[in-house]
Design a protein around this ligand. Structure first.
Ligand SMILES: [Zn+2]
Length: 253
């Protein structure tokens, strides 16, 4: 899908890179435009999303916005890893934790937006790209609306593809009660395996849904399903995987 021309001449479509945290769903629903693309992983982590970012740049997106947030579980996880109280996997080390080596573990939440900005900027410089507009910020959870009464077990949804999705509606369609979902969104499953590992291992989300989204790319969905099914978190029974269509209908589990 290419960036549409002439639709919002003064407001070009943007790519929002944000965290998988469920508390951002309502905010992102209201914030993203119909032609924006969204990428979400553990901690709005640019380093883990490079092939998605490259694909979106090749499609013509020129505005990228990194939106980290306060009280981020991924930053707490990175802090625990830096302090030695947990042992991250090699992939987690490579794609998330290593960016914060030498930083004050207590500062990660405050500095994450700028660490991600610098990582993205380095990627642009290495490729000699100068026509991309890049911003980064930290969303203050105290200042946005989300359902604070929600204390049902949460689940994890993985969306293959960057099209904007109505998170709250999708969450409602998939949930028997009012449970809310973390959302991971990227072009390729391989990019977000460390994030899925953190969601299951550190946030204890054992109910994982792989979403067949529009435009449907059956091939990448089947590939994602195959790769996920062989991941140890699923073969060990730590988490269960279900494939669902966008309207919440269960395909199989
Ligand atoms: Zn987060």
């Amino acid at each position: 899908m290419n960036v549409p021309d002439n639709i919002e001449a003064h407001k070009p479509p943007k790519v929002i890179i944000s965290c998988m945290d469920r508390r951002l769903n309502e905010y992102l629903d209201g914030y993203k435009g119909p032609h924006d693309a969204v990428l979400r992983n553990a901690g709005a982590n640019v380093k883990g999303l490079k092939s998605s970012i490259e694909k979106l740049m090749a499609e013509g997106y020129k505005v990228f916005e990194i939106a980290a947030h306060t009280d981020c579980g991924a930053m707490k996880y990175a802090k625990a890893a830096l302090e030695g109280s947990i042992i991250p996997s090699d992939a987690e080390k490579e794609f998330l934790i290593s960016q914060f080596n030498g930083k004050d573990p207590a500062s990660l939440e405050r500095i994450n937006a700028s660490v991600q900005f610098d990582e993205f900027k380095r990627m642009l410089d290495n490729k000699g790209i100068s026509n991309v507009m890049l911003t980064s910020r930290t969303i203050d959870l105290d200042k946005i609306h989300f359902d604070r009464s929600d204390n049902q077990p949460h689940f994890l949804s993985i969306i293959m593809g960057t099209s904007p999705v109505r998170y709250l509606q999708l969450q409602l369609d998939m949930s028997a009660g009012s449970a809310s979902s973390y959302f991971i969104q990227a072009e390729r499953i391989a990019e977000v395996l460390p994030d899925i590992g953190i969601a299951v291992g550190a946030l204890h989300l054992s109910d994982v849904r792989l979403i067949e989204s529009k435009p449907v790319n059956k091939e990448s969905l089947r590939e994602a399903e195959k790769i996920l099914a062989s991941e140890s978190i699923f073969t060990s029974g730590k988490a269960a995987l279900t494939v669902v269509t966008l309207n919440g209908r269960k395909l199989h589990s």
